[in-house]
Design a protein around this ligand. Sequence first.
Ligand code: DC
Length: 220
Amino acid sequence: MPNSHIPVITIDGPTASGKGTVAARVADRLGYHLLDSGALYRLAALSAVRAEVALEDERAVAQLAEVLPATFSNGDIFLAGEEVGALIRAEEVGNNASKIAAFPAVRQALYALQLGFRKAPGLVADGRDMGTVIFPNARLKVFLTASVEARAQRRYKQLIDKGFSANMDDLLADLQARDERDTHRTVAPLVPAEGAYILDTSDMTVDEAVAQVLHWHTLL
Ligand code: DC
């Protein structure tokens, strides 16, 4: 692999664990590139819905994912030229992403696209299988988690801040269902990678979590 010498930090964890925020801040501090792999699954799900492809149709969704017209620029996310960063954060898109992410053909279709994010001087990659499947030789692997209640609280605040409506009981039930699906699927289930540092952020601020990851990074 021509770029295998480029350092990668993987940050995996369950939905709403704060890994996206922590990954973006760590990447910023180190001047590294950022891969928000969940956004790719969300974009593929959005693409399928827009193309009126059934989410149960593994082959058809994988075909769309294979040629996903996704671009990332300065924190903005584009699908075929349209900025959809806020749109793909909706719970419905997340739930659809979790469904299509269980299909091996969809994961395979997004594989090369994800490897392409490994560019100098380095990459911070966040998702579910960054340390286990996509970048198994990453320099630092972190498994970031938090209690389901803490995560539901954070997701509630995130949604309200973004102008979406939200209901706490629905959010808790959704998170539990999504955890169940992401953890128990047969391909690339959400499990800590071998050698991953476990970081429970239930009682931590974002600053503390970022500082901990940067500290582990300096130890390597
Ligand atoms: O991190 P997120 O909530 O944006 O991810 C949305 C869904 O995509 C999540 O429920 C599971 C799936 N996903 C995945 O299977 N593998 C990844 N590396 C990232 C996300």
